[in-house]
Design a protein around this ligand. Structure first.
Ligand code: XIL
Length: 328
């Protein structure tokens, strides 16, 4: 059988998001098919920095060690986000919110410590995650970072990350990234950072997609427009859900043949497109390894499984795998 990362070695890296359980259960798949890994949760603020003066790197270090031992690249995810960040970060003295200065100092010390720890090992970071608002008439997402620091928390995060590791490739990362309205807001943000000489080097397209959308045309247009910023692009969290967003079904115990065929067609077209843009796309990372575990199980409806990858629950390649490896 072909090895996924080898098939793509002249195009871009092939990554997978992992946690301690998935590296245990998926060693063989990871070793064979992927040449890059991302921590699905273990490098997030809440995981590594649960209290002001306490860092917990046990899990993160294990993932890093796995990557090093197996010769895999490691991407860092993520430094500044509205989710999975503990409340203490935003709290000041006497029940007051932390001040701008306090919060920026905490952000800096967090970034220094985390990026510094893996300096020279993690080649790039999702520095800022998901700050653009989905609603079309609002610019930035309402978050405690925004409320308590102001818009420049974004620029500051990139500056701190650059100071902590001047060689790291620094990304802005977001979802719904092919929606034209959100896409243009992301580009506006990136361009405003570039205009201020903020060290930003890449745009992460999360790629949480489904059988229905986004369309190939919308993905192509997004890649074109993002690439016009001059930055490199990475697909950072790819999964192709077999359910559309409105589909609330919970009665399936296995994907239908029709779903699997449609998914294989989508994977085929999407990877064809990625290959066309190999000069700007430097990595494509799946948000998981195989279908025995995906964050899409139970999401957004409890009690249902999803089958979004190219390896099934038994770690066997699906039709989608053959379509994305049989092009040459
Ligand atoms: C998700 C993880 O996969 C889940 O295990 C966790 O419960 C929540 O976060 N966008 C991101 C990722 O940038 O960090 C998220 O990961 C998925 C959406």
């Amino acid at each position: 059988m072909k090895r996924l990362w080898e098939v793509y070695k002249d195009y871009f890296d092939i990554g997978a998001a992992v946690n301690l359980a998935t590296i245990k259960g998926s060693e063989k798949l990871l070793q064979t098919h992927f040449n890059s890994i991302t921590a699905e949760n273990d490098m997030k603020f809440v995981s590594v920095h649960p209290e002001e003066n306490r860092y917990t790197f046990e899990a993160a270090d294990k993932l890093m060690d796995f990557a090093t031992a197996n010769g895999k690249k490691m991407r860092g995810h993520t430094l500044v986000w509205h989710n999975q960040t503990t409340d203490w970060v935003f709290e000041g003295a006497n029940g007051q919110p932390a001040t701008r200065e306090q919060l920026l100092a905490r952000m800096k010390s967090h970034i220094d410590t985390v990026v510094g720890r893996y300096k020279g090992k993690i080649y790039g970071w999702d520095v800022v995650n998901e700050v653009i608002e989905d609603k079309s008439d609002i610019w930035l997402r309402d978050s405690r970072w925004l409320q308590q620091v102001g818009e420049d928390f974004i620029a500051k995060a990139f500056q701190f990350a650059h100071e902590a590791d001047p060689n790291a490739v620094l990304f802005y990362n977001d979802y719904n990234e092919c929606n034209p309205i959100k896409r243009d807001k992301i580009i506006k943000l990136v361009q405003s950072l570039q205009a201020q000489d903020v060290p930003i080097h890449g745009i992460g397209l999360q790629g949480h997609w489904s059988l229905k959308g986004p369309s190939i045309e919308d993905i192509r247009e997004a890649i074109e427009k993002y690439a016009a910023t001059g930055l490199q692009l990475q697909v950072t969290e790819l999964d192709i859900s077999v359910f559309d967003h409105e589909d609330r079904r919970t009665d399936l115990t296995a994907p239908t043949a029709e779903m699997l065929e449609k998914q294989a067609e989508r994977y085929d077209q999407i990877f064809q497109l990625f290959r066309e843009y190999k000069d700007v796309i430097t990595a494509v990372t799946f948000w998981g390894v195989a279908e025995d575990y995906t964050w899409l199980d139970d999401f957004p409806v409890r009690g249902r499984k999803n089958w979004p990858f190219v390896f099934d629950e038994k770690h066997e390649p699906k039709e989608s795998f053959y379509r994305i490896t049989d092009f040459a």
